[in-house]
Ligand binder design. Structure first.
Ligand code: 2P0
Length: 331
């Protein structure tokens, strides 16, 4: 038995152009490109050690043995890494999230990015960042983006390519100096009623608004890249808010309807619009939950956070953060 341990750290990311819906469930290939900001808060730290004597993988997440769907997805992911590395040993994995319970900052992105990096290293796969993002994608789509820091573009890829898996990966967007912040407004600490995986399936299969949203997202991405290059915060904010609200409208038009927006979410969205009318540069985005994240220029973050505290006590300011990294390899 080896005592060699690999430790990796990754941060969550929030999409400004969203990923919602897979055209290939197995390979986790999305319908559209997405663009995100990796955050500087709430890292996930994952430790992995291979155990040649073990017959199953062991996962402890935040001090508790993983089970059910979480364990299944993590084990399938390690099986993929083992297949690529032509190795057999099972692993002992310990993952610690620092995101406060229910803060609405997805831990599956940071979780699978950290696991991909730690597992690749532990099983002896030498991967470039691009290859690592492809691998992380197989665990959870949004994890492909957390491999990189700052603004990140995830290419949906080409379904007709000889190997579609190779065509879908993330990369850093470096042609911008826009210094943005995301002010997370935490409304609900409870677990979500419908998983995003299930909600995506339902939206793709039944929503009359879905294909229109995908088409809009492709145009949004082109305009967003120009706005980032120009350092145009207002344009970036507007595109992000419209893209997120369009995604939620598409889900809400599905059958059965997927509703992540609560009455409290609408109160916060209304408050953000009120701030804009007062001349404050603030734009909302939302993910698979009721919490709202408010995008603004970094210089305005404290003012925006203060104003958001008028509607809720729990507000967290995040800025641009780093990509996934190896923290240690010990023996
Ligand atoms: C995003 N979300 O772009 C979108 C917007 C939530 C709303 O990516 O099924 O956990 O594991 O690939 O990555 C959440 O979905 O989904 C997500 P899977 P994931 O950030």
């Amino acid at each position: 038995m080896t005592a060699r341990e690999t430790v990796a750290v990754a941060h969550p990311n929030i999409a400004l152009i969203k990923y919602w819906g897979k055209r290939d469930e197995h390979l986790v290939l999305p319908f559209n490109d997405s663009l995100s900001l990796t955050l500087d808060v709430f890292p996930t730290t994952t430790r992995i050690r291979l155990d040649p004597d073990a017959t199953v993988d062991q996962f402890v997440i935040d001090g508790r043995a993983a089970r059910g769907e979480v364990l299944h997805r993590a084990t399938e992911f390690l099986a993929l890494v083992r297949e690529r590395a032509a190795r057999q040993e099972r692993a002992v994995v310990d993952t610690r999230n620092t995101v406060p319970l229910g803060a609405g900052l997805a831990s599956s992105a940071s979780g699978f990015a950290a696991l991909a990096m730690a597992a690749a290293q532990a099983y002896g796969l030498s991967l470039s960042a691009t290859q690592l993002s492809r691998l992380a994608r197989r665990g959870s789509g949004s994890a492909a983006r957390s491999v990189f820091g700052g603004f990140v573009l995830w290419h949906a890829g080409d379904p007709d390519a000889p190997d579609p898996d190779l065509s879908s990966y993330a990369e850093a967007v470096t042609d911008t100096r826009l210094d943005t912040a995301l002010v997370a407004v935490v409304l609900d600490a409870g677990p979500k009623a419908v998983s995003s995986r299930e909600a995506m399936r339902c939206t793709v299969a039944t929503s009359p608004l879905y294909q229109g949203w995908v088409t809009d997202s492709r145009a949004d991405l082109v305009r967003m890249r120009t706005a980032l290059r120009n350092g145009d915060m207002a344009c970036v904010g507007e595109i992000a808010e419209r893209n997120a609200l369009g995604m939620h409208r598409a889900m809400e038009a599905a059958w059965p309807a997927v509703r992540y927006r609560s009455p409290a979410s609408h109160t916060v969205l209304h408050h953000v619009r009120r701030l804009r009318k007062e001349g404050v540069g603030a734009w909302a985005t939302m993910d698979a939950g009721p919490n709202v994240k408010v995008l603004c220029a970094s210089a305005d973050a404290e003012q925006v956070a203060e104003r958001m505290r008028e509607v809720t006590a729990r507000v967290v300011v995040a800025r641009s953060g780093p990509g996934a990294r190896l923290a240690a390899v010990t023996s």
